[in-house]
Design a protein around this ligand. Sequence first.
Ligand code: 13P
Length: 250
Amino acid sequence: MTKTIFAANWKMNHGPPDAGSFLDRFLDGYQQESGRELWFFPPAVSIQSVAQRVARLPGILVGAQNVYWEPKGAFTGELSVSMAKDAGARAVLVGHSERRHVFGETDDETGRKVRAVLDSAMTPLLCVGETLSERDNGKTLAVIHRQLAVLDGLDGESLARIVIAYEPVWAIGTGKNATPADAGTVHAAIHSWFEKRGVVGGTVPVLYGGSVKPENAQELLSEDEIDGVLVGGASLEPKSWQAICAVGLD
Ligand code: 13P
């Protein structure tokens, strides 16, 4: 993997005024660095303003946190892929653990969303990860494989357009991160899942998410199998997000 992806998931934070002031501070002195991309996932109401703001900045991409797979119609509260795209999104988070565990999103729904995002020529960032009890019962890889199975039936070209985030549920927002070695084992299993399906090694980036902070980002990113990070809490403050995005730069 030649590029490193630094993805910020703002969750239900930073509506348009806050997103604007975050960018004022974050972009002050921003310089694109080759080999790294910054992806922002603001809440839906802020996608357009963030996308307009970064439109001329190479190396920065904006995405949506969620979409619905139907193209339009009577689906109160939902966002279609084309609406997200028209607002400036180029990627979509799919199957985030909060969608799965707070809103009850199923594997089947996750699979439909991945396909809708691919059909609209955007990038799905599919999130996978086990709960603490699944981990304690030795089921981590079985859970990851079940969550990846929603991709069965996609051709190699589609599979090569996907990005994965491994986010152990027990590490999200808890201050407990997986060790680089533990995350590396799961990332290696994900990379090999794609290789077995004919996707050339390393084509599909696998990001790590779960309590990534300026203090641990360096250690996590120095693990070979980790191609980037997906960050919640520590991406909300311009200074901590700048510090994470600067990891590895001298
Ligand atoms: P935290 O970085 O706040 O643990 O959140 C991780 C996450 O869910 C990113 O999608």
